[in-house]
Design a protein around this ligand. Structure first.
Ligand code: AMP
Ligand code: MG
Length: 269
């Protein structure tokens, strides 16, 4: 079975995270083989981005969500380094600024959507508005509960505007998060990444899982599917993300535009 089929949350089906193993699936050959395939995928991704840019008829949006230390930054640093920075934007979504908070929750998101020919990568996204916002009751339930429909409509608008959408939930276990926090605590060049809020959020782990399960269930659509990426092993995570992107972008059947002049008639002096 293709990795994308295996890891996609089938639209209309319940996304139960406890039934999805954060470890690399059995039958995958292992780290060394995965890294070779990753390298090939990244070369292909670079070519596909070039083609997308040349064609300029569509765009790509890649959303990353995860628990703290789930690997969003690492995935962007590794896999997305295949992309030419010219033609690619990365937007991290933090606590809304005073200005952002005065608008509807999709306002800041829509501004960061990709132009035709380009990739946009979201490090966190509009999903925070049904995750952290829900877990900490930052708005009443009557407000966040309506957002799943708003999100689906918004993503449909993008999809119908030629944006191919990928949404990756990097799935790590609570133990793996602990180990990563521990490693950061012990590593002087990574201590800056830690905040006391990260540790406090661990207490809400189960609430986050519930909020994620609803977001994955209600917002995995044919036009913007969610993928749950087993992310305890970074090498598998990177392989899976790159593989899903390459397979889907190959299927777009993009073409270089024909030259605007008859190249056989050009004589350079
Ligand atoms: P980081 O990604 O570690 O830099 O942290 C960004 C923080 O911003 C996280 O704690 C997010 O939960 C928080 N955040 C992002 N979007 C929102 C939002 N819409 N409302 C409240 N907090 C948010
Ligand atoms: Mg953080």
């Amino acid at each position: 079975m293709k990795i994308s089929t295996q890891l996609m949350v089938e639209p209309g089906h319940k996304a139960r995270l406890r039934d999805r193993d954060p470890e690399a699936p059995p039958g995958i050959k292992g780290k060394a083989a995965a890294e070779k395939t990753l390298e090939k995928n990244m070369t292909r991704l670079e070519e596909l981005q070039y083609l997308l840019y040349a064609e300029s008829k569509r765009a790509v949006l890649i959303v990353f969500q995860a628990m703290d230390a789930g690997g969003k930054d690492g995935t962007i640093r590794h896999v997305m380094s295949a992309l030419n920075p010219q033609g690619c934007s990365v937007t991290p979504f933090k606590v809304p600024t005073a200005e952002e908070a005065k608008h509807d929750f999709l306002w800041r998101i829509h501004k960061a959507a990709p132009r035709l020919g380009e990739f946009a990568i979201f490090n966190r996204s509009h999903y925070e508005d049904v995750l952290v916002v829900r877990v900490h009751n930052l708005v009443p339930k009557s407000t966040w509960a309506k957002r799943y429909d708003h999100i689906n409509s918004f993503e449909k608008l993008l999809a119908e505007s030629q944006v191919t959408i990928f949404k990756f939930f990097l799935h790590v276990s609570k133990d793996e998060q602990k180990e990563r926090f521990q490693n950061r605590l012990e590593d002087p060049i990574r201590q800056w990444k830690l905040s006391s809020a990260d540790f406090a959020e661990r207490d809400y782990w189960d609430d986050y899982i519930k909020a994620y399960e609803d977001a994955l269930t209600l917002c995995s659509t044919p036009w913007a599917p969610w993928y749950v990426i087993p992310a305890n092993k970074k090498w598998f995570r990177n392989l899976a993300v790159s593989q899903i992107l390459v397979e889907a972008l190959e299927n777009l059947d993009m073409k270089f535009p024909p030259p605007s002049l008859d190249v056989s008639k050009v004589r350079l002096k």
